[in-house]
Design a protein around this ligand. Structure first.
Ligand SMILES: *[C@@H]1O[C@H](CO)[C@@H](O)[C@H](O)[C@H]1NC(C)=O
Ligand SMILES: *[C@@H]1O[C@H](CO)[C@@H](O)[C@H](O)[C@H]1NC(C)=O
Ligand SMILES: *[C@@H]1O[C@H](CO)[C@@H](O)[C@H](O)[C@H]1NC(C)=O
Length: 236
């Protein structure tokens, strides 16, 4: 009996615990809370190799407070699930896959069986400027975001990367997100040899009107800024 108790204790202790890992990363406390609230933390913990793409509090808070009351718990959970890749990536592995062009990766959202076709996948692409973009694979206004940096690597169980924006999986909020014309950056203001868009550039290209506390850079990466939730985006 004692042996059994010890065995169970060991098994539980060695399982991964995303809540515990993120407890040590206060800039992701909002995501951590959301993972627990939606039950996605439990779904992560029973998986063997995963990568979490983590928007920090300043990025996530305004999006989530806007979504509350407009989304069912399942929809909110699916948005969170879309940020969990069912594959362990460390930095060299990420470099390797993106050198091949675009790589499609399955998310925990796909694993629910709810997304149609490939909508539960993300595309990871290396831009000309060298940044790693994560985008929804299809849809009129693909949601897009950039991998900012590595936060934590626990080989080969769990990897966490900071993401510049929240990805909105196509289909989850279909009714709440009518397609909105997105302003195209003026070619006059763009230098010919401009490097690929980076989150830092995105906010100078567009403002979200009537959207406090939203900002372009924190909500969505240009040129899809604000298009999915806040529908007014105007050029400056
Ligand atoms: C990875 O997961 C396995 C099985 O869940 C566990 O035995 C191992 O200790 C974990 N590795 C680390 C570094 O946490
Ligand atoms: C995971 O860690 C959190 C915070 O340390 C703790 O409250 C929770 O009980 C842990 N879950 C499991 C399944 O061990
Ligand atoms: C995502 O990747 C797939 C496969 O490489 C490609 O067919 C699709 O066009 C890509 N989507 C976007 C929005 O780039």
């Amino acid at each position: 009996m004692l042996m059994l108790v010890l065995l169970v204790t060991v098994v539980v202790a060695s399982a991964q615990n995303i809540t515990k890992v993120l407890d040590g990363e206060p800039q992701f406390s909002s995501l951590n809370k959301l993972l627990s609230e939606t039950g996605v933390a439990d779904e992560i913990n029973i998986r063997k190799s995963i990568t979490v793409l983590a928007p920090d509090n300043s990025v996530l808070d305004p999006i989530v407070s806007n979504l509350r009351g407009k989304t069912s718990p399942e929809q909110l959970g699916d948005i969170v699930r879309y940020h969990v890749l069912l594959q362990y990536f460390d930095i060299p592995e990420l470099r390797q896959i993106v050198d091949k062009g675009t790589t499609q990766v399955t998310t925990l959202y796909q694993a629910t069986g709810r997304p149609a076709g490939i909508l539960g996948f993300v595309n990871i692409t290396k831009t000309k400027g060298g940044s790693l973009d994560v985008t929804t694979p299809a849809g009129e206004h693909p949601s897009s975001s950039t991998i900012v940096k590595s936060i934590k690597q626990i080989p080969y169980n769990m990897s966490i990367f900071q993401l510049s924006a929240v990805l909105m999986p196509v289909g989850v909020l279909t009714e709440a997100t009518p397609p909105t014309p997105v302003p195209v950056p003026s070619p006059v203001t763009a230098p010919e040899s401009a490097p690929a868009l980076s989150p830092a550039l995105s906010c100078s290209s567009c403002t979200c009107s009537n959207s406090s506390p939203y900002s372009c850079s924190s909500a969505y990466a240009f040129p899809y800024s604000c298009s999915s939730i806040k529908s007014t985006c105007s050029s400056i």
